[in-house]
Design a binder for this molecule. Structure first.
Ligand code: TYM
Length: 332
């Protein structure tokens, strides 16, 4: 089974990205049934909204160091930068030509992001899910580990794959989303009915993996909760406490049910202290490894291998796709 996933280097990687995506990659890389695993830095996606050139370069590098610091093993996972594999853009274009404006306009993430763009909405923001579909279909990926917010894009990927297969003959594997039960939707600490997002203008709303540990603890201790004083899992009436339970459950590998039992007689302050300490314990070694890696030649070594392997697979596939569509001259 082949897996692929990517993250945008568009700012601070958050605890949401970690629990919804990276931590699962780390678990999955050891599974025997996974023969091939590719994880990339989705830098072409990041430019759908304005980016500062220097900051983007830094964020790309930082995400690679973060992948390794969190435990991705380059012996098991091929790590690469999307823009270093031109076939992503090539297939993205072909899929754009097979997608409909209406279906892209229906994407919730497009609708949300569109609202936030003051300086104009780029065409790329609308067509971005066809680039994402290209990222996945290029490698005949069987499954895509992502958080809940990417489910709709995965459904579109499946639609585009099926449409293409019907039109041009069997070409793409139709991939399955792979969404973990816990941590697939970590919520904002200040507005727990909203998803935790790295682009949130309020830094108290999210925990960045590289936040100073004391700040991490402070943010958790001041997370918005309710005033009923009971620790219970109820995402409708107690979204703040439920979110902290989810976070604690993920970082301690304990079920929410067991945690609710454990904290049934505790007050919010004790509970928040425990969540703060557990998250700190998880992040400290990651930060230590990150600092060792960020300026080491290891990053380039890993990225060179990943780029070459991804290009090898992607170029074979894009040649087949060109032939199916009738582009250029026929190649063997
Ligand atoms: P991105 O960069 O927004 O997020 C990266 C991953 O983190 C997950 N995630 C969350 N999980 C739980 N709680 C949250 N609050 C939270 N916020 C983000 C996302 O679901 C995602 O798995 N379009 C993608 C990147 C991408 C991609 C791909 C992914 C481009 N091509 C191909 C998979 C396959 C994105 O913007 O993710």
């Amino acid at each position: 089974m082949r897996l692929i996933s990517g993250i945008q280097p568009s700012g601070n990687i958050t605890l949401g990205n970690y629990l919804g995506a990276i931590k699962n990659f780390v678990k999955l890389q050891d599974r025997e049934d996974i023969t091939d695993f590719l994880v990339f830095v989705a830098d072409m996606h990041a430019i759908t909204v304005p980016q500062d050139k220097q900051a983007l370069r830094q964020n790309i590098k930082s995400l690679v160091a973060t992948y390794l610091a969190c435990g991705l093993n380059p012996e098991k996972v091929h790590i690469f930068i999307q823009s270093e594999v031109p076939a992503h853009a090539q297939l993205g274009w072909i899929l754009q030509c097979n997608g409909y404006i209406g279906e892209l306009e229906r994407m919730t993430q497009f609708k949300d992001k569109k609202e936030k763009q003051v300086a104009g909405v780029s065409v790329g923001l609308l067509t971005y899910p066809s680039l994402m579909a290209g990222d996945i279909l290029l490698y005949d990926s069987d499954a895509v580990p992502v958080g809940q917010d990417q489910k709709q894009h995965l459904e579109l990927t499946r639609t585009l794959a099926e449409r293409f297969n019907n039109k041009y003959g069997d070409t793409f594997v139709v991939p399955e989303p792979f969404i973990a039960e816990a941590g697939a939707k970590v919520m904002s600490l200040t507005e727990p009915t909203k998803k935790m997002s790295k682009s949130d203008p309020n830094p108290k709303a999210y925990i960045a993996l590289l936040d100073d540990i004391n700040i991490v603890k402070k943010k958790i201790r001041s997370a918005v909760t309710d005033s009923d004083g009971k620790i219970a899992y109820d995402t409708v009436n107690k979204p703040g406490i439920s979110n902290l339970l989810t976070i604690l459950s993920c970082v301690t590998n304990t079920s929410i049910k067991d945690l609710v039992e454990k904290y049934k007689d505790s007050n919010y302050q004790q509970f928040k202290d425990d969540v703060a300490n557990a998250v700190a314990l998880e992040l400290e070694p990651i930060q230590k490894r990150y600092n060792e890696l960020i300026n080491s030649p290891k990053l380039d070594e890993v990225l060179n291998e990943g780029r070459d392997y991804a290009n090898y697979l992607a170029n074979k596939k894009i040649a087949k796709v060109y032939n199916k569509v009738g582009l250029g001259r026929k190649t063997k």
